[in-house]
Design a protein around this ligand. Structure first.
Ligand code: FAD
Length: 449
């Protein structure tokens, strides 16, 4: 191409950048390899250079230099995404936001943070005053808030607060546009969804205002059951139990617990189990609920004990897949919502229908005000056709699949064009330089003419 990289690096002035091939390669990748489909599509993609701004002013300088030479720009937080969200398909630069990592201020119920701050580091600042972030992915210790908003959906905490996309879970963002003269826009309220979960295709988030939740002392508990459906019904009941304060309600079918090396002495073989985080004061009523469902508590840590050693949340959400793949790399996963399945009939049907081929892993989330089973089932992969058939069967029965085997924004979750995101992109990224190739609506608008 005709890009003058020397002129570009001069335009960066004192802004930090990396050109060493090994580092460039590493910082061009994420956790796309959980998907055998994406492995083939993305393995060889990489940027020319990694640029690491320390301030919004530096971001603006980088953007202006990219626009001048038509250089594609792909934003990166910590690169823990699972769909190649921050992998540059067309080279150019990766804009690594990890040095913009401050909590600027916080007050009861709200914090203003830079995009590159790690989720765990927000809590480190706010927890001593009794506040914490409402929800986090199981990559809580490594992921950034900008990346979570740009490419994540929910996680630990979602059983109480719903998902990121629920109104109120993101208050405001500042965004740098990719125009000849980059602008800084401030979006508030519903407007934030123009850039939230857009894979960095329509603006660089440089500041976020997020809501905070009361921070409880979270105890960790593992409960085992002889029967999977009994474990699942227990999960639903705990999700519905308004008097119990909870942060995590995960249910695993046997043999999933057998992939967790750290818990082999704790969880008897062939049992189904629930991994829970509840507030310490909720332990006594929890014990009664466990008794009602004939479960056995096999592991219990106070919040103080839980702050050391293994953290159970690092076995839940997509960490479950990580641990299973460490033992059997042929395993991949699905992401499913079972809407309106309060009696768990659809969950039970899928559990029995697929048996060991699709191992049930439920995560209870609040959806539209009700505790709802979602799943990140472990799937024994054979062929792309079989994977497709399994997805189609779920959809034909009314389960919603958020396909983790595509890097296209729309195909993963929404299944339809988000017109507001497309219109916003036309305005803020007129040359289509931001994370090119990820937004189907943008790619296809040229085809349609
Ligand atoms: P990155 O992967 O770096 O980026 C994600 C997307 O956001 C990219 O498209 C990027 O371009 C964009 N982006 C990053 N920063 C900005 C910015 N400043 N402005 C605009 N766009 C930006 N996800 C969940 O939602 N829930 C889970 O429970 C969960 N569990 C996981 C478990 C494992 C083991 C792994 C590997 C992944 C998991 N994920 C989960 C996916 C991922 O870890 C999270 O979504 C995480 O929040 C992404 O943060 P990141 O900083 O790594 O973002």
């Amino acid at each position: 191409s005709s890009i003058d990289w020397l002129a570009f690096s001069r335009a960066l002035d004192k802004i930090q950048f990396i050109e060493k091939p090994k580092q460039v390669k590493r910082l061009s990748q994420d956790y796309y390899h959980f998907s055998p489909i994406l492995q083939d599509l993305l393995a060889d993609k990489q940027a020319k250079m990694i640029v690491q701004p320390k301030s919004e002013a530096e971001v603006i300088t980088v953007v202006a230099a990219c626009v001048q030479q038509n250089i594609p720009l792909t934003v990166r937080g910590a690169g823990t995404g699972n769909y190649g969200q921050c992998i540059p398909l067309e080279g150019g630069i990766v804009l690594d936001m990890s040095l913009m990592n401050k909590v600027d201020w916080f007050a009861p119920g709200v914090a203003s943070v830079q995009p590159g701050v790690k989720l765990v580091d927000i809590d480190r600042v706010t927890r001593p005053s009794g506040w914490e972030i409402r929800m986090a992915p199981s990559t809580y210790r490594t992921a950034t808030i900008g990346g979570f908003i740009g490419g994540g959906s929910g996680g630990i905490g979602s059983v109480t607060y719903g998902q990121l996309r629920d109104r109120g879970n993101l208050r405001a963002v500042r965004v740098v546009t990719m125009e000849d003269q980059p602008q800084v826009l401030e979006l508030r309220g519903d407007e934030v969804y123009q850039v939230a979960h857009a894979y960095g295709t329509n603006g660089i988030i440089t500041e976020l205002e997020i809501p905070l939740a009361p921070a409880y002392a979270w105890a960790e508990v593992i409960v085992t059951f002889d029967d999977f459906m009994q474990a699942a019904r227990f999960g639903q009941a705990l999700g519905d139990a308004d008097g119990l304060i909870k942060k995590l309600v995960t249910v695993f079918a046997d043999p999933i617990p057998s992939y967790f090396a750290a818990f082999q002495d704790v969880i008897p073989s062939q049992s189904h189990c629930a991994f829970l985080m509840v507030s310490e004061e909720s332990i006594a009523p929890l014990q009664e609920l466990v008794r009602e469902f004939q479960g056995s508590i096999v592991y219990e840590k106070s919040a103080e004990e839980a702050s050391r050693g293994v953290a159970i949340y690092e076995y839940t959400w997509n960490h479950t897949t990580l641990h299973a793949r460490a033992i059997d790399p042929n395993i991949t996963y699905l992401q499913t919502l079972f809407p309106g399945d309060h009696d768990l009939n659809l969950v039970e049907h899928m559990y029995r229908h697929f048996g060991d081929e699709v191992m049930m892993h439920l995560e209870f989330m609040r959806v539209g005000g009700r505790a709802t089973p979602a799943a990140l089932q472990l799937l024994r992969y054979s062929t792309p056709e079989r994977l497709q058939a399994i997805i189609q069967y779920h959809e034909s029965q009314g389960a919603i699949i958020f396909n983790p085997h595509t890097y296209l924004l729309e195909d993963g979750g929404m299944k339809q064009v988000d017109v507001a995101q497309l219109r916003f992109k036309e305005k803020v990224d007129p040359y289509g330089l931001m994370n090119p190739g990820k937004m189907r609506a943008w790619q296809e608008r040229w085809a349609e003419g």
